[in-house]
Design a protein around this ligand. Structure first.
Ligand SMILES: Nc1ncnc2c1ncn2[C@@H]1O[C@H](COP(=O)(O)OP(=O)(O)OP(=O)(O)O)[C@@H](O)[C@H]1O
Ligand code: NI
Length: 459
């Protein structure tokens, strides 16, 4: 809709998010400037407001933050599960970089494949759409004539290998050969998938485990039949072989007497066993990435620990990358290799798990840590007062400032972006806070966060 489009154009892509992040690496999922908004009658909720992070093969990336910080919307955006009035905004990018998958996609969906070689200089977006199975409408352009002409080189094509903001496409290869087999580099832009390619990706390469196992289980089919359906859809396994495999999967996720229980219905399973069954269903697709959104929150503590052990074991034995979402810092410490702390739609701190817990930088992260029982010896348990604000306006200031014990005037006038916490540090520990980088003046910090030293008085 035109009205949506107008709102959307006012959303500035956060260039700063890119500044803080390393570029070329072997991440399996690469999230850049992800923005997901809900256009309600009352307001535009910027539930995810320009976040960037990546997930390497086989690692566990934790996403932590209080209720309403945008964790689930992030997960749903990665899975293509955002529904109206919500939308992943233009300029967002979620790239899936497994080369086998890229080649398979190029074979299976040739009309979705855009060869970057064709885009070297300037291209006509209208023609581009004509060459794919996608329609301009799918990308939010009401009228094909309104699709902008984009200078791909000027848009940073050479750095980014592909299409950047304003010229989204479904799928990009580097065009190094005519045949898909010749593709050396490429990615699947999953935030722009729809239809059959999206279905293939979701539940195939990427699977999701939700807080409530009943969301994923159908009460009228046996657990075994549901696993068999997943095996049929994603691996083409049927009949006796599928029955056998379903029982083996249930056994692999620690369900006792699996060959009998495979014939039971979800209501005959306990909460913990149901979550194991959902995990078995996810594994039936042999995913490379498993997105777990509070998978243990509804379970009691003992069962929770067992499920966490199970996930760790699965990761080890199947080499699957996990994105683990929780509001619980204790759980995050247990499961993660790397942690992204979210607040009001933004990633406010990002670091490997050890530095994050031993030397947290952002006052919000510190607050979260101080509220873990037993974390501070002798001190009284403190919680951060107040709650997460609804991000319903552009971030022109620090959204945590109103609750921050360390805030100063500039925090209300300058929007901090993720930058390395040490002045000459590497990008693997970043914080979006004007207290950083360490050891520079406030004026200098403000400048590094892209603000002016006397900010706030209008453009
Ligand atoms: N369908 C929707 N329509 C409107 N707003 C939404 C919708 N879904 C989510 N939001 C808003 O997006 C923001 C982020 O929500 P999200 O569910 O991602 O938070 P969360 O971090 O997962 O919290 P929790 O720990 O409670 O699960 C919230 O302000 C929420 O109200
Ligand atoms: Ni959530």
């Amino acid at each position: 809709m035109a009205a949506d489009g107008d709102i959307e154009r006012t959303v500035e892509p956060s260039s700063a998010a890119d500044a803080g992040s390393a570029t070329a690496h072997d991440a399996i999922i690469d999230v850049r400037n992800l923005q997901t908004a809900f256009f309600t009658e009352k307001e535009t909720i910027r539930a995810v407001d320009g976040i960037s992070f990546d997930i390497d093969p086989g690692e566990t990336v934790g996403i932590v933050g209080e209720s309403g910080s945008g964790k689930s919307v992030t997960a749903r955006s990665l899975m293509g599960l955002i529904e109206s009035p919500g939308r992943v905004l233009r300029g967002s990018s979620v790239r899936y970089r497994d080369m086998d998958t890229v080649r398979t996609f190029a074979d299976e969906f040739p009309k979705r494949t855009v060869d970057v070689a064709d885009l070297e200089a300037t291209y006509d977006a209208e023609e581009l759409f004509a060459s794919t199975a996608a329609t301009p409408q799918e990308f939010g352009y009401a009228d094909p004539a309104s699709v902008p002409l984009v200078d791909v080189a000027a848009a940073g094509y050479t750095d980014e290998l592909g299409l950047t903001s304003g010229n989204e496409c479904v799928f990009v290869t580097d065009g190094s050969a005519d045949s898909a087999a010749g593709i050396q580099r490429g990615f699947v832009e999953i935030s722009r998938l729809s239809g059959e390619p999206q279905r293939k990706m979701r539940g195939g390469r990427i699977a999701m485990v939700f807080q409530d196992p009943l969301t994923s289980l159908n009460p009228v089919y046996t657990v075994g039949n549901q696993i068999k359906e997943a095996l049929r859809q994603h691996q083409g396994i049927r009949g006796k072989a599928a029955t056998q495999e379903a029982a083996e999967l249930l056994e692999a996720v620690g369900i006792p007497d699996a060959s009998r229980r495979v014939n039971e219905y979800p209501h005959q399973f306990s909460g913990g066993m149901r979550q194991r069954a959902v995990i078995a269903m996810a594994l039936a697709c042999e995913p490379e990435v498993l997105i777990c959104d509070e998978p243990t929150t509804a379970l009691d503590v003992t069962i929770q620990a067992q499920i966490l052990d199970l996930l760790a074991e699965i990761q080890e034995s199947r080499d699957v990358a996990i994105m683990f979402i929780t509001h619980d810092m204790g759980v995050i410490a247990d499961v993660s290799d790397r942690v992204n702390v979210m607040y009001a739609g933004e990633v406010v701190e990002s670091a490997d798990v050890v530095p994050l817990f031993e030397d947290p930088k952002h006052p919000y992260t510190r607050g979260l840590l101080e509220s873990i029982p037993g974390h501070q010896s002798g001190k009284k348990l403190s919680t951060i007062e107040g709650s997460v604000p609804t991000p319903n306006e552009p971030a022109t200031y620090c959204r945590f400032a109103p609750r921050c014990p360390k805030s100063f005037d500039e925090c209300h006038e300058v929007h901090p972006v993720p930058i390395p916490v040490e002045a000459d540090g590497e990008a693997d520990h970043t914080a979006a806070c004007l207290l950083y980088p360490d050891d520079v003046s406030t004026a200098e910090a403000v400048a590094r966060h892209g603000g002016r030293s006397h900010g706030g008085d209008g453009e």
